[in-house]
Write a protein that binds this ligand. Structure first.
Ligand SMILES: Cc1cc2nc3c(=O)[nH]c(=O)nc-3n(C[C@H](O)[C@H](O)[C@H](O)COP(=O)(O)OP(=O)(O)OC[C@H]3O[C@@H](n4cnc5c(N)ncnc54)[C@H](O)[C@@H]3O)c2cc1C
Length: 353
């Protein structure tokens, strides 16, 4: 964690946020609104691709409307509104879970996340990767590298790790905590093809032989999107083969072309209720902190915890208390919600994950 390299240049901000997903955008929005100087570091070029079903549930919709305003048409894909989810336990039944509110919105994450982060009002440094950081009393020195350029330092009063499931901030902050995490690799295919399922639903298939987690399917514009997960180190192909054959036999899946196949890192933190909110002047939010609700819904918690962490930082200044203690107290209901959602998921699936 030592920041050893001499800086070529040095920037100063009140808060530096690592990650331009919904958690980072929400934290930035709340801080900027109160006049704080905020930088968001994003290692990829924006707008960036993010593997996701891209479904925005009622709770997320309300938070976005309240804090960011109305989503523009450019973020949506067809069908724009889903009626709900259909969960299929291993016994071949289908449980219908109607959407709350007016329906589930269907977005492309690249456009959605980019719009949110632009609305935040923070300075956005894309293609800037956080390498490491060091706490020095009431400051944090953050070492950053822009593609192919020499690293430089940013000094800030707080660092927020909003860098997702494989969080590098978390790894640097607490390597012992990270050793207990079990990772999985969700893999998703974007296909041109047909299937005998209604486009206005999201489908979850809970037979454990399809996936180490569960298998899913939904529709985005002209793509039929489906995926499975394997534990890190295990092969994904046997799961993909079995699930694809099941869809062919039971729902007449016909694939003309696989346009894209991507994977990412997933953690078991939310499933186990194993959260880490940070230490001292470094706060973790969204998936970096372990917030991921049942059946992979994580955007609502990312938006909520980003906002709560920012609130804790703002209150810490007024109340002269530590931001991390305030954040721990404010985030308790969110932790409870995530834990309870997984209890519900275990009841529906009739098994653990
Ligand atoms: C297959 C799949 C489907 C999903 N479907 C849904 C869904 O339909 N609805 C839903 O609500 N949730 C869904 N989720 C969960 C959702 O994608 C996440 O919970 C959500 O994106 C978490 O937001 P975040 O802001 O915490 O992190 P992320 O959105 O993961 O953003 C983290 C950002 O940090 C950046 N970053 C990482 N390291 C660094 C670094 N060192 N320096 C600079 N930048 C860095 C990354 O590039 C990334 O842009 C799905 C997840 C998966 C895997």
């Amino acid at each position: 964690m030592a920041v050893t390299e001499k800086a070529k240049k040095r920037l100063e901000y009140d808060v530096v946020i690592v990650g331009s997903g919904p958690a980072g955008a929400a934290a930035a929005r709340t801080l900027v609104e109160c006049g704080w100087r905020v930088a968001i570091l994003e290692k990829k070029k924006l707008p960036r691709y993010k593997i996701c079903s891209g479904l925005i549930v009622d709770r997320s919709q309300n938070m976005i409307e309240e804090r960011f305003g109305s989503l523009p048409e450019s973020v949506f894909c067809r069908p724009k509104l889903l009626k709900g989810a259909r969960m299929c336990p291993a016994d071949d039944t289908m449980i219908e879970v109607p959407a709350e509110g007016s329906g589930i919105l269907n977005v492309w994450r690249s456009e959605f996340d980019h719009w949110l982060v632009q609305q935040s009002g923070a300075d956005i440094l894309d293609e800037h990767e956080m390498i490491d950081f060091e706490g020095t009393g009431d400051k944090v020195d953050i070492r950053v590298r822009r593609t192919k350029e020499a690293p430089f330092l940013i000094e800030a009063s707080y660092l927020i790790g909003a860098d997702g499931a494989g969080s590098h901030v978390r790894r640097l902050l607490d390597p012992d905590f990270v050793k207990q995490i079990r990772y999985s690799i969700p893999t998703q295919l974007y296909c041109i093809g047909t299937i005998n399922l209604e486009r206005e639903y999201y489908y979850g298939f809970l037979d454990p032989s399809f996936s180490a987690f569960y298998a899913w399917l939904n529709f985005k514009d002209d793509y039929l999107v489906y995926g499975v997960a394997a534990r890190k180190g295990d092969r994904i192909e046997p799961y993909l083969k079995k699930f694809t054959e099941y869809l062919e036999e039971n729902f007449q899946l016909k694939i003309e072309k696989v346009v894209r196949k991507t994977g990412c890192m997933g953690s078991d933190m939310g499933i186990k209720g194993n959260f880490i909110l940070g230490h001292d002047r470094v706060l973790l939010v969204g998936e970096a902190a372990g917030f991921m609700n049942a059946f992979g819904e994580g955007i609502s918690s990312a938006l909520a915890t980003g906002h709560i962490a920012a609130e804790a930082i703002l209150q810490a200044k007024t109340l002269k208390e530590s931001a991390i203690s305030l954040y721990r107290a404010l985030a308790e209901p969110e932790q409870k919600m995530t834990t309870e959602s997984w209890e519900m998921a275990r009841a529906v699936a009739g098994r653990g994950f």
